[in-house]
Design a binder for this molecule. Sequence first.
Ligand SMILES: *Cc1c(COP(=O)(O)O)cnc(C)c1O
Length: 356
Amino acid sequence: MIRAVIHSQALRANLQRLREVAPDSRIMAVVKANAYGHGLVPVALALADADAFAVARIEEAVALRAAGVRRPVVLLEGVFTGDQLEEAARLELDLVVHQPDQLQLLADLRSTHRFVVWLKIDTGMNRLGFRVEQFAVALQRLQALSERVREIRVLTHLARADEPADPMNSLQVQRFSALVQGLGLPLSIANSAALLANPQAHADWVRPGLALYGVSPLPGRTAAQLGLVPAMTLETRVISLRQVPAGETVGYGATWRAARDSQVAIIAAGYGDGLPWGLPLGTRLLVGGQALPLVGRVSMDMLAVDVTDSQQSVSVGTPVQLWGPQLPVEQMAASAGTLPYELLCGISQRVPLILG
Ligand SMILES: *Cc1c(COP(=O)(O)O)cnc(C)c1O
C-alpha cells in the first residue's frame, strides 16, 4: 500500500542544477544512508554522471561496486581495520584519513594498491579530522607513504553551512584556505547548503547530499526557489472511512476529540513505516490532492485524517501523498520538529522503493 516512488529524472535534474550553481567544481554525490532513503544502487545508477560517490560505511561501497558502479567511491569516515583497508584496495575505493591510526593502517598495508586519499581537517566542527596544528605533520606522513598513496586531496566540513550569514562559515573557510594555500592539492569544503549559499566554499569538489534529492538544506528557502525537484513521493491510500460523532475521540490516548460530526479517513501509513510517532495534530497530508489535517496519534500501521472539509469525495482507495512534489518533506519535518534528513533516512525497510 505505502510506497516510495523515486524519480530518476528529478535526481538527474538536481545534479544538473547543482552543476550550474558550482560550474567549476566536480561533484561527489553523497549516497550514504541508502541514498538518504532513496535506494543506494538505483540512485547511483541514476546519477551515473556524478564525478564520484561518497558513502559512510564500507558495506555501502561494496554494494556500489557489486552493482557495477565504476566511478570513484569515497569512504567519508575512512577505514578502521587492516581488513577493511585490504578490501578498500581490492575495490579501489578512495579514503578519507582523519586520524593517526588510519595513517598507520596505510603504512601497514600489504597490498600494492595506491589510494586516492582525502586528508580531513577539523576547522571547527570538532567531529572528525586532524586539528589545524596537526595538519603539517599528517600531510608529511601521508607524503612519505607515496607507495601507498597515489594522490592527496584535502577536505573539511562546515558546522553551520545552513546558516550562511553566520561568521563561523567564513572563519572555517579562512582557516582551511590558510592551511592549504600554495600546496596545489585538490580541495573540498561544501555540502549542499554551502554549495547553494556560499560560493567561497565551492573549491575543486563539492559534496552535495540532501539537495540531490530535491530537498532544501536552507531554512527559509524552498527547494523550488533553489531550482530543485523532490526525488521521492511517499504515497499510500485510504483504507477505511468512518463517521465520528461530535464528542467522540480518535486513536490511542484519545488525543483528538471531534468538535462536530466528522468524517475521518484511516490511512495505511504509520511509525512502522518510519513516520514520527509524535507527529502533531493538524499536520497536513494530501488526501486526494487536498491538504487535510492529521487527527489522533500516529499508530504503527495507520493514521487518521479529518476529511470533513474535503472538496472531493474521499473513499477507500483514494491516494494519499505523505510527502513529495506537491507536499515537500520539509513541511512534515518542520511540523514534527525534526529535519528532512531524519525523515528520509528513517523510512523503514518494509516500504518498497519503486523507480518512477
Ligand atoms: C553527509 C555529508 C555531506 C552531505 O551533506 P548534505 O547536507 O546532505 O549535503 C557532505 N560531506 C560530508 C563529510 C558528509 O558527511
